[in-house]
Design a protein around this ligand. Structure first.
Ligand code: BG6
Length: 304
């Protein structure tokens, strides 16, 4: 039996979940139930897209030029950044945003929730490579619930006898009508590190509108954010717990061109990242024998 056949036999659910092999050989879980459809790459535990049935376009964006390849992160979806966010504090050869998004994860369990959402539980596979970069006794699980809302729980368990410190994010790309016509609210009054043109601490006044590259780490905030989208006539609600940082990012023209996988000619205009994170001064210490959970829930509401 091939891996796909085994996964379908063990974890497939009629009317909810099946598995395919991508041209690259990576396995994709295809989820489709009466509330939504979604896809998830087992490498990286990477939710690639999510579209509730009452939405004409996805809520979680996947670049049309996204490449699915072994050891590479996929452009779009909800990359899992862990156990550090951004550059590693001391080792420049270690991957940006950590290794979790580019290594294999194992499916532990699938099922259907009482309300009809499809549930998947995955665990990062530790290897010599991950342990070389992160020599701690720990287990990282991701629970995903695909329904009319999308819920993701990233659970870090310290299985050893010494505390460790993590940075992390669910680095979600949201699909929007046009970056020039959306506003993100919920962060009014918050302090943020502005990563464009140096690193300066500023304070947000009003909601956020976009007219240039924006790369900000809002700190000490657990607030719900709302992406107000005039063009697609919807609001996306991003709520979270166990997260004290929110990263808001759009690359704009030049950076998007350099990245090369944002979707030609201007796919970058159709996305904005609102990332639920623990970064910079909000790193998390996980004590021995304890768990830390970063939980997000997304919901799209149509507006007249
Ligand atoms: C954001 C960072 O979280 O991720 C940006 O704040 C970065 O600085 C962006 O450019 C994309 O990162 P990557 O590694 O997925 O290209």
């Amino acid at each position: 039996m091939s891996t796909v056949q085994m996964l379908n036999a063990q974890f497939g659910i009629d009317g909810h979940l099946s598995f395919n092999e991508d041209a690259s050989g990576l396995i994709i879980a295809m989820i489709e139930n009466s509330s939504a459809k979604a896809a998830l790459c087992l490498q990286g535990g990477h939710l690639m897209t999510w579209q509730p049935v009452d939405q004409s376009v996805p809520v979680v964006w996947l670049s049309r030029d996204a490449k699915v390849a072994a050891g590479k992160s996929i452009r779009g979806g909800a990359p899992v950044c862990w156990p550090w966010f951004g550059a590693h504090a001391s080792e420049s050869s270690f991957p940006g945003h950590g290794f979790a998004r580019t290594v294999p994860w194992r499916l532990l369990e699938t099922g259907v929730e009482p309300g009809g959402a499809t549930r998947l539980r995955l665990r990062l596979e530790n290897s010599e490579k991950t342990l070389a970069q992160w020599p701690h006794a720990c287990q990282l699980d991701l629970n995903i619930y695909v329904g009319e809302t999308l819920r993701m729980e990233l659970v870090t368990e310290n299985t050893g006898s010494e505390a460790f410190v993590i940075g992390e994010a669910l680095h979600t790309y949201f699909q929007i009508g046009d970056i020039g016509a959306v506003r993100v609210s919920g962060l009014e009054g918050c302090e943020y590190w502005d990563k464009v043109g140096g690193s300066n601490l500023r304070r947000q006044t009003g909601s956020i509108a976009f007219a240039e590259e924006t790369d900000r780490v809002y700190i000490n905030t657990a607030a719900e954010c709302v992406i107000e989208d005039e063009r697609l006539k919807r609001r996306i609600h991003v709520s979270k717990s166990g997260s004290q940082s929110t990263v808001v990012w759009t690359p704009w023209v030049e950076k998007a061109e350099k990245m090369g996988d944002m979707g030609q000619p201007d796919g970058w205009r159709e996305m904005v990242c609102v990332e639920s994170a623990n970064a910079l001064e909000n790193l998390v210490t996980v004590a021995p024998g304890t768990c830390h959970s970063l939980v997000v829930e997304y919901r799209a509401v149509n507006i007249a």
